[in-house]
Design a binder for this molecule. Structure first.
Ligand code: A3P
Length: 286
């Protein structure tokens, strides 16, 4: 038991109280973010891991292509807080609008994002499906550490001992800013239920002027089936694991009744009665 704990603790390094994967983040990159210069037209896409960040990234990239009429390449791995230090130097040369994807708490974003009033789209997904997706990602992808069981992962998830820390801390932190003028909330489940309406709202938030036909085309290219079919081409070997199942309610296949109640309690304690709590439509999806 003890050695397993030691093994898991080696997966993370803790920065300002939050565990991050040692393979993806370093203290130096976090320090470099303190002086990162955001632009007013940067597009910030924030989400807790496994809430559909690659989906959102794809939709926003397609919207940019449609309005700029040229191919928008991601010059490199788009998560702001991951990568080598020189990345921030290279990013100075990226054409606008730059997409800054992130799993950081609002409080931990570079201050220049607020100073320059960049728009922030924050994507949420119900915590039960998020946890299940996170577990499968760890256990399916060959190069990242796996957990011995779902029960073990669930315990770590509830304690916030997973990459990027606790879902609930992330949510409580964003809750304070969810109605800020430069912030727009979007729900994974709403995108699933009506993708075209979600795509339209995203376009409007960023002032992208598109025809109904363009919105329809982008929506058709952004369904789970369409994205999964192209996943190896777009994301390499990890593609099929990133586009695993794409459903609402897969948590029912793994959660025990006790785990279900424990998460309901946690949700109640952290989010019931908050603005974000209402927006998550917990009762409909959990
Ligand atoms: P599942 O593991 O439940 O299938 P992220 O990109 O933040 O890592 O999130 C990955 C999750 O988003 C995966 O959930 C993935 O299938 C889902 N996803 C990705 N693209 C999607 C799409 N077009 N429609 C629905 N879900 C999608």
């Amino acid at each position: 038991e003890k050695s397993k704990e030691t093994e898991l603790s080696r997966l993370f390094f803790t920065y300002q109280g939050i565990p991050y994967p040692v393979t993806m983040c370093t203290a130096e990159t976090f320090q470099a973010l303190d002086t990162f210069e955001a632009r007013s037209d940067d597009i910030v896409l924030a989400s807790y891991p496994k809430c559909g960040s690659n989906w959102l990234l794809h939709i926003v990239s397609e919207l940019i292509i449609a309005v700029s009429k040229k191919k928008h390449e991601h010059p490199e791995f788009p998560v702001l807080e991951c990568g080598d230090l020189e990345k921030y130097q290279r990013m100075k040369k990226f054409p606008s609008p730059r997409i800054l994807a992130t799993h950081l708490h609002y409080d931990k974003l570079p201050k220049s994002i607020f100073k320059n009033n960049a728009k922030i789209l924050v994507l949420f997904r119900n915590p039960k499906d998020t946890a299940v997706s996170f577990f499968h990602f760890h256990n399916d992808v060959p190069d990242i550490p796996s957990y011995s069981s779902w029960d073990e992962f669930f315990r770590q998830f509830m304690e916030g001992q997973v990459s990027w820390g606790s879902y609930f801390d992330f949510a409580m932190n964003w809750n304070k800013h969810i109605d800020d003028a430069n912030v727009k909330f979007i729900l994974y489940e709403d995108l699933k239920v009506n993708l075209a309406s979600g795509v339209k709202q995203i376009a409007e938030f960023f002032d992208f002027s598109l025809t109904g036909e363009q919105i329809e085309t982008i929506s058709a290219q952004s369904t789970f089936q369409a994205m999964r079919a192209r996943s190896q081409e777009t994301h390499g070997a990890v593609g099929p694991f990133l586009f695993r199942k794409g459903e609402i309610g897969d948590w029912r296949n793994l959660f025990s009744e006790t785990q279900n109640q424990e998460m309901d309690e946690k949700f109640k304690e952290c989010l019931v009665g908050t603005c974000l709590g209402a927006k998550l439509k917990y009762d409909s999806y959990c």
